[in-house]
Design a protein. Structure first.
Ligand SMILES: *Cc1c(COP(=O)(O)O)cnc(C)c1O
Length: 440
């Protein structure tokens, strides 16, 4: 544990995920992480959805190395580069055109929170209105405007962007249809609601607990916002890039948002990268009006282009996700029945699932039990009561099964116990890893 000392001594208390996994990681390949001792861990966290194609996917790595090798331009501000040209060309050809999406592309600063900031700034500029509708349990980032949109009380600070009108997400309150409620507020001149510039939401809330909005609800929200000339922004930073089984999470609902925020897995290689898609009519920025130094990380353009060509130019990945989802669903049925007393609900789509426990402490104990079995998995939801299953989209069936076996074992041990006092100790360290425990 000596190698952990320097983090505790020097690194800010703001550090987060590392607290759940007290080891030092060194290498990673596919669905495996390797610590300093070379021990393998199966990854069911996928860096919160920023390595959807696994770690260091080989074809992408080759493209990145080749680009570095030939001194491809790295820092370029937003000047024209071949790397950017190829990304724009391929994104339009492989993603936008087949889906009949007419979007223009703005490269914002390369994090999720930055693309959300740009989307809201543009919505306010274009509409001349100030208020934004965001939803209960939504997560949109940690800088001022996006923090104002984020629901979690522990993250928010007094004084964050106050022009946010909070609406109940689909299914938030039994018996309340929030689109109907929203419609009433808009149509009632004395409802007290300012007409908003935009509505922003995730179609499946990631940090908020894997809450799934129905297609019907999304379609009615799309119609209502169009009717009232309010912009609809889908934050697809976590649910997009294939996580829910289609490139964009809103595809099954058949809606066309006015803007879409992408980041996390967009580069396909864990490189910082973000993209705002918006309807062409919204392109009302003056040159340089929403500028930044790292707008378009050139290496990320290269990786992202290769990712599109490799994973999205045919339906092999989509089929693979469907096969894995079928296996996952079979397992979830067994688990829901076996641990019915402790499990409140299972929700999700694609390879984006949550198991909600009645007791958040049990969810925490299961996460620890999984780590003891060298499975990296995290929790989400307002009380961290939801176990979040997010394996790589490319995960092999054997590895997926091995990870699920570890969760099952951990649940059996944790949920089979009566007393909480015993949870911390005695967790076995036996492994359920059926692949080589070192990088090939
Ligand atoms: C992660 C995330 C963000 C913020 O992205 P950062 O890169 O962490 O700033 C915004 N929205 C959603 C839905 C996210 O999952």
């Amino acid at each position: 544990m000596d190698e952990l000392g320097v983090f505790a001594e020097v690194e800010s208390q703001a550090r987060s995920y590392c607290r759940s996994f007290p080891v030092v990681f060194d290498q990673a390949q596919g669905s495996y992480l390797y610590d300093l001792k070379g021990l393998a861990y199966i990854d069911f966290l996928s860096c919160a959805g920023s390595v959807n194609y696994g770690h260091n996917p080989k074809p992408i790595k080759a493209a990145v190395i080749e680009y570095l090798q030939r001194d491809g331009i790295q820092a370029a501000l937003d000047m024209h580069s071949r790397a950017k040209h190829e990304f724009i060309f391929n994104f339009r050809k492989i993603i936008l055109e087949p889906r009949a999406l007419p979007y223009k592309m703005q490269f914002t600063s390369p994090t999720g929170t930055s693309v959300v900031e740009s989307a809201i700034k543009l919505a306010r500029k274009v509409t001349g209105r100030r208020h934004i509708v965001a939803f209960t349990n939504g997560f949109h980032g940690m800088s001022n405007t996006s923090l104002g949109l984020t629901g979690n009380r522990d993250n928010r600070q007094p004084g964050v962007d106050p022009y946010v009108f909070r609406m109940p997400y689909d299914g938030y309150l039994k018996g309340l249809d929030s689109v109907e409620y929203f419609e009433r507020l808009l149509n009632d001149n004395s409802s007290g609601m300012d007409i908003p510039a935009a509505v922003i939401l995730e179609t499946i809330q990631g940090e908020g607990g894997i809450n799934v909005a129905s297609s019907d609800w999304l379609r009615r929200l799309r119609k209502l916002t169009s009717d009232h000339d309010i912009l609809l922004i889908i934050d697809d930073i976590q649910a997009g890039c294939g996580r829910t089984g289609t490139f964009f999470s809103f595809e099954p609902a058949g809606i066309t948002p006015d803007m879409v925020c992408l980041s996390k897995s967009l580069s396909g290689y864990g490189l910082p990268f973000a993209l705002l898609l918006h309807r062409p009519e919204l392109d009302q920025w003056a040159p340089g009006e929403d500028n930044g130094t790292f707008r378009g990380n050139t290496l990320a353009f290269v990786a992202a282009t290769k990712t599109l060509q490799e994973f999205w130019s045919d339906d092999r990945l989509v089929k693979h996700i469907q096969d894995n989802e079928a296996l996952l669903n079979t397992w979830l049925d067994v688990v829901s029945e076996r641990f019915a007393v402790h499990i409140k609900q299972v929700r999700g789509r694609g390879l984006f699932y949550g198991i909600e426990f009645h007791d958040a402490l049990l969810a925490a104990a299961v996460v620890r039990g999984c780590f003891a079995r060298r499975l990296i998995i995290e929790r989400c939801g307002s009380e961290d009561q939801v176990l979040k299953l997010m394996p790589a989209l490319t995960i092999g069936t054997d590895t997926l099964q091995a990870g699920l076996d570890s969760i099952f074992e951990a649940m059996q041990q944790v949920l089979g116990q009566v007393s909480f006092g015993e949870l911390d100790s005695d967790l076995p360290t036996s492994l359920f890893i059926n692949e080589a425990s070192h990088v090939a």
